[in-house]
Design a protein around this ligand. Structure first.
Ligand code: TZP
Ligand code: MG
Length: 226
């Protein structure tokens, strides 16, 4: 069907990609296009600032229509960072050769994997231990768990999971309401990355302050081992 690979081509053993420094937690900034627009910044400029601040994994989250302007901005971002991770949309991830992050109501990971191919990074959001266990047998590279704390960023968020320690064979990403102040407590959850949207933006909301915040977070996380 459509020349897509078969699902059994994706063996779970090939998918684990742990970080280069075991025990070190890193920042996973998410560029939310609505938040960027509120602060008057383009997606590409924000991506550049995040890369400059030292971020490795970076996600683009666009919850509105994929109109032509957005698609062009995404294409420019894909040229800048080929392993960028796109939220929700397997079609655009495949079109531009990007990674993908899916939620519980998006395309199931096994289908998403067939669309984006065997090597692109694929992550999934989970919101409780049952979803986490179910996700751990999917052909994903990492699993996000959250919201860890209350968040203003997501519409209709699931109940807060709090600071539980989760066991998982795949790299875990904590997300939701994580700030520079509470980040050290999150590390005890056994996670490899903290995904952050709003807390990376502080007054004066410039690209320079965003870039510097990313550097500060990385520094804090690098100096606190999980
Ligand atoms: N999924 C669970 S919480 C959340 C998402 C996308 C929002 C995280 O945003 P913030 O601003 O870091 O709380
Ligand atoms: Mg989604």
């Amino acid at each position: 069907m459509l020349g897509l690979p078969k699902t059994e081509d994706f063996s779970l053993g090939r998918l684990r990609q742990s970080g280069p420094h075991p025990g070190v937690v890193s920042l996973y900034p998410i560029l939310d296009t609505a938040l960027l627009a509120r602060h008057g910044h383009s997606l590409l400029d924000a991506l550049e600032a995040a890369i400059d601040g030292g971020a490795d994994w970076i996600q683009v989250r666009h919850k509105a229509d994929f109109d032509r302007d957005v698609v062009q901005a995404l294409e420019a971002c894909a040229k800048r960072k080929q392993d960028l991770i796109l939220n929700d949309r397997a079609d655009y991830a495949a079109l531009f050769g990007l990674g993908l992050h899916v939620g519980q109501d998006d395309l199931p990971p096994i289908e998403a994997r067939r669309i984006i191919g065997p090597t692109a990074r694929l992550g999934i959001s989970t919101h409780n231990a049952q979803q986490l266990e179910a996700a751990s047998v999917e052909p994903v590279n990492y699993i996000a768990i959250g919201p860890v704390f209350a968040t203003q960023t997501k519409d209709n968020p699931d109940p807060v999971v709090g600071l539980q320690r989760f066991q998982c064979r795949l790299p875990l990403v904590g997300i939701g309401g994580i700030t520079l102040e509470n980040a050290p407590s999150v590390l005890a959850m056994g996670i490899e990355k903290v995904a952050v949207i709003s807390a990376l933006w502080q007054p004066p909301y410039t690209l320079k302050s965003f870039r510097n915040n990313i550097e500060r977070w990385q520094h804090l996380l690098n100096s606190s081992r999980a």
